[in-house]
Design a protein around this ligand. Structure first.
Ligand SMILES: Nc1ncnc2c1ncn2[C@@H]1O[C@H](COP(=O)(O)OP(=O)(O)OP(=O)(O)O)[C@@H](O)[C@H]1O
Ligand SMILES: [Mg+2]
Length: 300
């Protein structure tokens, strides 16, 4: 497992395993008079999971937009495996290895799980054919070379083999989220950006998905890295190798889950946002038991 590093200093993104999968440096994003991100840096080593948390409006989605290429920063750079991709469009970043999932699942409800993965595979290896297949569903049954092995492998990795033939509309949300992740992985990304993948899931679905995230990173031969934006802070602290905390557009903490959990600025940001402090026996204020930063709460 790759350890967390800090992208605060120039060149800090080149760790012992070579350049980081993704590294953002000095990112500034302004929306009119509002500074949504103020000099934010983030390093995503290969083979690691980086959690991105913070109270509402902290700038998490904005940073994800900058990493994926949907948003251009006013200042700062984004590097993908050491290459400057700041000016590269989202579409070309996707081709070069940045995949993402959206908070609202964007799936074709009538298609089966396998059909989604087949389309995603063809989008990568034969994009012209994919559009023809969309117009003529019968063409979905004509298999492209290498397709069956790849799709079967993805179904197995995401524990979806038993529902391969089921239409997505018939599946519970937890399984739909697995389909989204499988579809994103069909493009063989270097980095997968996940925007609130646990939202709407019950504890069982959430734990299952967290387990799958760890598994796909640990089993990746290619150093796949994940960036996960999530309100469920307890899940992020349990899952991530490093955690970045944003508050009002500023990076207020970065480090291992243990470091972040005990960081006073983080506790202040969350206690101000989430739970009132409780009184200890000595009459001192302390973090609320089960609050988000204690790793036991339900989230921000
Ligand atoms: N397109 C936009 N135009 C103007 N302001 C925006 C835009 N997108 C985001 N903002 C503002 O930028 C700030 C950061 O928003 P962002 O959505 O990144 O926060 P967030 O951390 O993802 O919050 P949440 O947890 O509520 O999803 C907020 O004040 C938000 O209102
Ligand atoms: Mg958001």
């Amino acid at each position: 497992m790759t350890t967390a590093t800090d992208a605060g200093a120039p060149g800090a993104d080149a760790g012992p395993n070579g350049p980081a999968a993704l590294a953002a440096q000095g990112i500034v994003v302004r929306f009119g008079g509002l500074t949504a991100l103020s000099d934010v840096s983030l390093d995503v080593p290969r083979g690691s999971i980086v959690g991105l948390v913070g109270p509402n409006g902290a700038g998490k989605s904005t940073l994800l937009g900058v990493l994926s290429g949907l948003l251009s920063p006013n200042e700062g750079t984004v590097r993908l495996l050491g290459d400057d991709v700041t000016g590269v469009s989202a579409r070309h970043r996707a081709i070069r290895g940045v995949a993402r999932t959206f908070q609202q699942p964007e799936l074709f409800m009538g298609l089966s799980v396998r059909e989604h993965l087949v389309l995603a595979y063809r989008a990568r290896v034969a994009p012209r054919r994919m559009w023809l297949d969309m117009l003529n569903p019968a063409a979905l049954f004509r298999t492209a070379p290498g397709e069956t092995d790849t799709v079967d492998g993805l179904l197995e990795r995401l524990h979806l083999t038993h529902v391969a033939k089921a239409p997505v509309a018939a599946l519970p949300l937890g399984v739909i989220r697995l389909v989204e992740v499988a579809r994103a992985l069909a493009s063989e990304p270097k980095v997968l950006l996940l925007d609130e993948p646990l939202s709407g899931l019950d504890i069982h679905g959430s734990e299952n998905l967290v387990g799958v995230f760890r598994e796909i990173v640990d089993r990746s031969d290619d150093g796949l890295a994940l960036v996960i934006v999530e309100h469920d802070v307890a899940a992020v602290l349990a899952l991530s190798d490093s955690v970045v905390v944003l508050d009002f557009g500023e990076r207020i903490a970065v480090g291992t889950p243990e470091e972040v959990r005990s960081d006073s600025a983080v506790r202040a940001a969350y206690l101000g946002d989430v739970e009132p402090p409780t009184r200890t026996a000595a009459g001192q204020e302390g973090p609320a038991p089960g609050s988000a930063v204690d790793g036991q709460g339900a989230g921000a």
